[in-house]
Design a binder for this molecule. Sequence first.
Ligand code: FAD
Length: 438
Amino acid sequence: MTIHDVIGIGFGPANLALAIALEEQEAGLSARFLEARTEPAWQPGMLLDGSDIQNHPSRDLVSLRNPRSRYSFLNYLHENGRLLEHLNLPIEFPLRKEYARYITWVARQFDHVVDYGRRAGEVRVVERDGEQLYEVTADTGETYLGRTLVVGPGRTPYVPEPFASAGSRRVFHLTDYLFRLAEFTADRAPESVAVIGGSQSAAELTLDLAHRFPGARVRNLVRSFSLRLKDTSPFSEEGYFPAFTDYYHQVSPEARRRLDAYMHATNYSSVDGDVLKELYLLIYEQRLDGDQKVSVDGNLQAVTAAEQDGKVVLELRELNTGAVETDSFDLVVVATGFRDLGPGPHQELFPQVIKDVAGRFRTEESGALQVSADYALEALDEAAGTPPLFLNGLCESSHGIGDAGSFSLLSLRAQTLLDGIRKRAGAASSTASATASA
Ligand SMILES: Cc1cc2nc3c(=O)[nH]c(=O)nc-3n(C[C@H](O)[C@H](O)[C@H](O)COP(=O)(O)OP(=O)(O)OC[C@H]3O[C@@H](n4cnc5c(N)ncnc54)[C@H](O)[C@@H]3O)c2cc1C
């Protein structure tokens, strides 16, 4: 069986950026990526009409690392004959659906290193001819052997209670939005939909539902007072600079928590000004017309959720007065974000796909995995010869807001990973040959 120098789990933007770096730097490392989807796609459940991206378009898969690369967003526009037209658009950020096409366009040029339709299930460490390797088994039954593993499956959707145990397909995370809509609304428009959460996605979904189903009642249910404006201060945006990542990585857990609190509104529980204004105006106009269908209702927490006769019934508690109301919806979209790595109730200790090898690595006092500056996990027992394992796109709790699954630092992170792979793979092979000759 072929032994690859690098095996990557997932082929989203994070591992795609690494594949580009491996090719452009002629790293001389063989790589194979397993991707669960049957073809390349970026956030396909959320390609809403009119929605735009949240990053500067040149903070793409490659430009910060190699501005001369042919895999840039600008070159994608050029090669697809849309550069001049695109630059003439009256918008600040590209449409999400166009950025998704850019990612697919790049990914298609790396088909030779990816196996699509393979969900990595089990990961083990095995020994072949005195060498410790990762053995990754896909859900199709195939196995892959690699000297280094790069885990880039994206963050796990966070679905809080009571929605997690509602056991209804009518209750779903935003990542399934367009698919579930197609399933439940093909024959008949919904009468009522609830959107849970105060995130950018929640506001976008509320608007999308309002435009798609003008006759439907759409309630955006928010636990805090209401929807908050995103912090887009250029000073705060420096949290998405590599210098911040280095700084964050070296400070204490308490200091990280302080920095997290500051950075929170740059990415979480907050909404871009243009989306907020559009939503507020829509609600105002509906009230003016005496036909209010859309609302943003704050201070509300769902305490129960259950499907009854094709409707999802929510019991809602007003958090400040304690008043309880019941409302029912055809669909409930949960826009409450993603899990980060860590011991907290909204977190997970490790990505599930590495559950069988996670015990080989050092953890912080809190139980969270200890992630090195180059995104490698540190083996508990160095003598055990555990091969290098890197996390890609999952490390906000160790590397700060720039690693919150965003594009901002993808291309530079690919360089850090590549340097780490070269360094650690070299160290592992000299340890293996020393052990063999001893
Ligand atoms: C609606 C939405 C909009 C966003 N918009 C922006 C934006 O505008 N700008 C920005 O910077 N960030 C945005 N983000 C953040 C987003 O997470 C990143 O843009 C980017 O998708 C992260 O890339 P990734 O490769 O880490 O994860 P993902 O894009 O999630 O890719 C991970 C891939 O791994 C695959 N996979 C998972 N598990 C396995 C397995 N076991 N085996 C094999 N394959 C597996 C998945 O199928 C997926 O293709 C957005 C997120 C969402 C949800």
